[in-house]
Design a protein around this ligand. Structure first.
Ligand code: C2E
Ligand code: CA
Ligand code: CA
Ligand code: CA
Length: 279
């Protein structure tokens, strides 16, 4: 028994060392990645249901690792968040997306919004509002065309502080979308207090409509609630015609998902906007 105990300890120590060294390796690579400009943004079109027109683009970060190729956010965002690197990375995302928005504005392309994801740590930071404002000034982007995506869970973690931060952002004209909506358990009373402009129905609900009755009723309820709160409502992760028709029947205003387009490079996104302008 004593031996087994010792083995267990040794096993755990080895495992921890392995995890720790892996973590340190990712940390080192992440820090270098910012300096080496290994990150880039993809853009996923957001489409108005009634017209089929692109009304926005969500910026989604990717890491182009020289050895491993394109890495998705699920494999590095949590490490960046834990290490605090996310604040610097988030600023890079915001600056790059605002620069892209300004470039599209300058090309005279149809006016769309650019949606930018904000991480929990970024959202809690006192520097958030002044930093975003100085980047808006620096890039010359129109703040009314910038939409921040903040998850429902993040907002509800500290409702008082969130309301203050969101009010500040709204006062300079930025839009605010409540991301991954439906996953948290906010009450109507709490939601009423939020100075948000739109709600994004989480993909987990959309994935199961129209077959699953409960996902269907939740989706309907979210759309109805958004309308009561006078918020725009957008569905994410739309992959099939049947899902789209369900959303249309329930008067959802906009959607994004593989059915219309996967997240594309900035060049491809520009081409899509040009094609729309020419049509
Ligand atoms: P999210 O904000 O919920 O973004 C939507 C995710 O769903 C994206 O994954 C997108 O590629 C994916 N998606 C879009 N349409 C479909 C579809 O029809 N089917 C399926 N199965 N998936 C679809 P992605 O790009 O891998 O991003 C994952 C998450 O990483 C995002 O979830 C967001 O939480 C985070 N993230 C991405 N970019 C950033 C960023 O710049 N900053 C921060 N803080 N987080 C980011
Ligand atoms: Ca999002
Ligand atoms: Ca989302
Ligand atoms: Ca999500």
């Amino acid at each position: 028994a004593k031996d087994a105990g010792r083995n267990t300890v040794r096993f755990f120590t080895g495992d921890l060392n392995f995890l720790l060294s892996k973590r340190l390796e990712i940390e080192g690579r992440l820090r270098r990645a910012i300096d080496n400009e290994e990150f880039f943004l993809r853009y996923q079109p957001q489409v108005e249901l009634a017209t089929g027109r692109i009304i926005g683009m969500e910026a989604l970060i990717r890491w182009n690792d020289p050895q491993r190729g394109e890495i998705f956010p699920k494999d590095f965002i949590f490490v960046a968040e834990e290490l605090g690197i996310i604040v610097q990375l988030g600023e890079w995302v915001f600056r790059t997306a605002c620069g892209q928005l300004k470039a599209w504005e300058d090309e005279g392309l149809p006016s769309i919004t650019v949606s930018i994801n904000i991480s929990p740590r970024q959202f809690m930071s006192r520097r958030l509002v002044p930093t975003l404002l100085s980047i808006i000034r620096e890039t010359g982007a129109d703040p009314r065309r910038v939409e921040l995506e903040i998850t429902e869970t993040m907002i509800m973690r500290n409702l008082e502080q969130s309301v203050q931060t969101l009010e500040h952002l709204r006062s300079v004209g930025m839009q605010v979308a409540v991301d991954d909506f439906g996953v948290g358990y906010s009450s109507l009373g709490q939601l009423k207090r939020l100075p948000a402009t739109s709600m994004k129905i989480d993909r987990s609900f959309i994935a199961n409509v129209p077959e699953d009755a409960s996902s269907g009723s939740i989706t309907e309820a979210i759309i109805a609630m958004a309308k009561r709160l006078k918020l725009r409502v957008i569905a994410e992760g739309v992959e099939t015609r049947a899902q789209l028709e369900f959303l249309r029947a329930n008067h959802c205003e906009a959607f994004q998902g593989y059915l219309f387009s996967r997240p594309v490079t900035s060049l491809e996104a520009t081409a899509m906007l040009k094609a729309q302008a020419a049509a």
